[in-house]
Design a protein around this ligand. Structure first.
Ligand code: ATP
Ligand code: MG
Length: 567
């Protein structure tokens, strides 16, 4: 486990510390839970909640449960359960044998409801959903009591049992808590506890035709599992009085609900409903599309569990909502990959270079460091020959003042190889497109060192044409063009903010031959270009596919430097 998770002070820990000091939970150890609803794949926001809940449990020597909060049969599926487990495990957390399902507690929730009916605290109501809403009132208008509110306990017990036995049509009756129709908090105006719904549940099948609401299920599930601290996002703060009310009425173990600000990340959306829509309508290739903010998308793009945990630790836990810049996560990854990713040279948009004075049949092999950050890894062999490829954007025929890379008559360094000088530009006579550069090299600069202190302003990456392996490279940009894509006026679809250029696929990229056997799922730094990940599904030896995970620097830095230093 990452020892940094949860190591910082935060308000949640202050609350827990107080409870421990006051003995609020007796000798119970800290118990937290991560309670996803299996109606979609997990996203980076969930990662924050996972790191927080598992991190706190670890830090306090307690335990964290994984609980599937599966009370809505319409949208829940086994596929989602499986993906959630895979993602939590991949992030580096272990729930051991503590895998629970709210749907396993339906019987208990039913029994608890009977107990509330017996206490006169719940009743069967025959109002329709629309009527319930109408009777609820508003913040400025008190609610009206349901005409069914004063049924006898016997009648309620009888009707509730018959609801459960399937005697009544969907939506015809509900079980409601009997609290206060004039309560200033609308959630306490006789909230629903059970609805009749004939839906097949992915785990319980047709065993149940009544389903508990979130508010009725959540606190009781926490209590059943002996949770001490039930941590959720800020929008549940207004639910806390109801959470407490149910537990107080039942007189059972009473966890403390604590709310924190949900994570928002710039240029993306973190709502399962919206992410599902992007998947279903084909705006992305799936939940694991490398542009998605899902854990599976980040994994496929090449992010590491360590970087996501470091990110969650860095952003911390607060009570004020904010948007975290997407670049913050990238920065968490760069440091790690700089230390761990082997270097390679790859040319994404190849431009052919012929070295006129280099013998046609000669091949030299240069020893180049695998990772200058870790000298123990030693060197790799990189072949050099008369025909090479360089990056198209590293040459300009008519360079502006601050372009220091290759240009006619100019000398540059080919990394770890030689200085070359551009003598001639060859163009396609029909299109005028530059198809080849004719250059000369200086044998005295072998290894890329200048013998006479001669300076060149730029160092380029390159590959030997005859030795290079071909590959496909997928460049990903943010999925949305604006910082807060969900923030749209009434009637405007957030999808209008989608970035049409979020995926660029480059075929025919040329890479140094050592990448020939790059394993699917391996990470590499392509010099000067960024960190790349051999796609775990689509890449194979002979058919290499790399995703760019991140550029080497923050995009804005790169922009401000582009063409200026050549590095
Ligand atoms: P969505 O709004 O995307 O449907 P949700 O909150 O309904 O998300 P759940 O599966 O219920 O999704 O979430 C499981 C846990 O993860 C909850 O405790 C929830 O508070 C937390 N969580 C969800 N989204 C975020 C987020 N953006 N930041 C932090 N925690 C989150
Ligand atoms: Mg939820």
């Amino acid at each position: 486990m990452d020892e940094t998770v949860g190591s910082k002070a935060n308000f949640v820990k202050e609350i827990i510390d107080e409870h421990l000091k006051a003995g609020r939970f007796g000798t119970c150890k800290v118990r937290t839970r991560f309670p996803p609803e299996p109606n979609g794949y997990l996203h980076i926001g969930h990662a924050k909640s996972i790191c927080l809940n598992f991190g706190l449990a670890a830090e306090y020597g307690g335990l964290c449960n994984l609980r599937f909060d599966d009370t809505n049969p319409e949208t829940e599926e086994v596929e989602y359960v499986d993906s959630i487990k895979e993602d939590v495990r991949w992030l580096g957390f272990d729930w051991e044998d503590r895998e629970f399902f709210a749907s396993d507690y339906y019987e208990t929730l039913y029994e608890y409801a009977i107990e509330l009916i017996r206490k006169g605290k719940a009743y069967v109501c025959d109002l329709t959903v629309d009527q319930v809403r109408e009777y609820r009132g508003t913040i400025n208008r008190p609610g009206k009591e349901s005409p069914w509110r004063n049924r006898t306990v016997e009648e309620n017990l009888d009707l509730f049992k018959r609801m459960r036995d399937g005697e009544f049509p969907d939506g015809s009756r509900t079980l409601r808590a009997r609290i206060d129709m004039t309560h200033p908090n609308l959630l306490l105006r006789d909230p629903l506890m059970f609805r009749i719904r004939r839906e097949t549940h992915y785990r319980r099948g047709d065993a149940w035709c009544i389903y508990p609401t979130y508010d009725w299920a959540h606190g009781q599930c926490d209590s059943i599992e002996g949770i001490t601290h039930s941590i959720c996002t800020l929008e549940f703060e207004v639910h806390r009085p109801l959470y407490d009310w149910f537990l107080d009425q039942l007189g059972i173990h009473h966890p403390q609900q604590i709310e924190f600000a949900r994570l928002n990340v710039s240029h993306t959306v973190l709502s399962k409903r919206k992410l599902l829509e992007l998947v279903e309508q084909g705006f992305v290739s799936g939940w694991d599309d490398p542009r998605m903010p899902t854990i599976s998308g980040l994994r496929r793009r090449g992010y590491t569990p360590e970087s996501i945990r470091a990110f969650c630790d860095l952003i911390g836990v607060a009570r004020a909502n904010s948007i975290v810049d997407a670049g913050v996560l990238d920065n968490c990854l760069r440091g790690e990959l700089n230390r761990t990713a082997p270097r390679a040279m790859a040319v994404l948009r190849p431009l052919k270079v012929v070295v006129l004075n280099y013998p046609p049949d000669k091949v030299e092999e240069f020893d180049v460091m695998i990772n200058p950050e870790d000298l123990s890894l030693g060197t790799r062999k990189v072949p050099f020959s008369r025909e090479l490829f360089i990056e198209r954007e590293d040459f300009m025929e008519d360079p502006p003042k601050k372009f220091y890379r290759l240009a006619p008559g100019r000398e540059v360094r080919l990394r770890s190889a030689y200085f070359i000088k551009c003598e001639e530009v060859v163009k396609d006579p029909a299109t005028g497109e530059i198809v080849e550069l004719r250059c000369t090299f200086d044998p005295a600069t072998r290894g890329g060192d200048s013998p006479d202190g001669r300076k060149v302003k730029s160092t380029l990456h390159w590959v030997s044409a005859a030795h290079a392996v071909e590959a496909e490279v997928r460049l990903h940009e943010t999925l949305f063009t604006v910082r807060d894509p969900g923030d749209v006026p009434e009637g405007v679809d957030y999808k209008t903010n989608l970035n049409p250029g979020s995926l660029e696929v480059l075929k025919g990229c040329r890479m140094e031959p050592g990448l020939k056997d790059a394993k699917p799922g391996s990470r590499h730094q392509f010099e000067r270009l960024g960190y790349f990940f051999a796609d775990p599904l689509d890449s194979a030896p002979g058919n290499l596919v790399f995703n760019r995970t991140v550029t080497l620097r923050d995009e804005w830095v790169k922009l401000s430097r582009s063409g200026k230093t050549g590095e």
